[in-house]
Design a protein around this ligand. Structure first.
Ligand code: S6P
Ligand code: ZN
Length: 187
């Protein structure tokens, strides 16, 4: 590779106190209305949408080229809350290049990383500040907020990994997480 094509090293500020990226170049926002079809209680989600369609989660990025060899990284911020009695969660996805792994370092909040493979294996790992969850290749992944504050993670994955939402939307995750009688229930 010629020297002109080399990326320049750079630094990005991460506000560890507030669990935010400083001056992100890009921000992906998903509202309640973007979550249709994902929760068990569709009517409860519709009520949240008609009640103001609040922010569900946000992903802060300073993107790098979507190429093999690069490392994409972001801060994922999932709001706390319930749809009926089901804990707020992200849509979840496989990577378009399924053999790419991902690291989630939790900076704030409480929750789970829910994972499944296309042949039906399911696993979930606890997330709380200082827990680093390793999502191996081939595992679809979704974060779930079981706490009262935001669930925030710093994520790192291969630059060209991509997001495949379609397959997991069709398959669904085998387990859901609820708050019932003050207790977190996975079923
Ligand atoms: C990207 C990584 C996260 C998620 C984010 C939102 O590979 O796993 O940045 O994109 O947590 O979730 P989702 O499922 O809507 O992309
Ligand atoms: Zn991912």
């Amino acid at each position: 590779m010629s020297i002109e094509k080399l990326m320049q090293p750079f630094t990005v500020g991460i506000d560890l106190e507030n669990a935010r990226m400083k001056n992100p170049q890009k921000s992906l926002v998903r509202k309640a209305s973007d979550m249709k079809g994902h929760y068990k209680n569709a009517a409860a989600l519709d009520k949240i949408i008609t009640g103001g369609n609040p922010l569900h989660y946000e992903v802060q990025e300073t993107p790098v080229p979507e190429k093999y060899g690069e490392l994409m990284y972001c801060i994922s911020i999932l709001q706390p809350g319930l749809v009926g009695d089901e804990c707020f969660m992200t849509k979840g996805h496989y990577h378009t290049i399924p053999e790419t792994a991902e690291i989630y370092l939790c900076l704030k909040g409480e929750g789970f990383m829910m994972m499944k493979t296309s042949d039906g294996k399911c696993d979930y790992q606890k997330m709380s500040r200082g827990h680093m969850v390793y999502v191996p290749p081939y595992w679809a992944h979704r974060s779930i907020n079981t706490g009262k504050e935001e669930l925030v993670s710093f994520c790192v994955y291969q630059g060209d990994a991509g997001h495949n939402y379609g397959d997991i939307e069709t398959e669904g995750f085998p387990k859901r997480v609820f708050l019932r009688g003050g207790k977190i229930v996975v079923e």
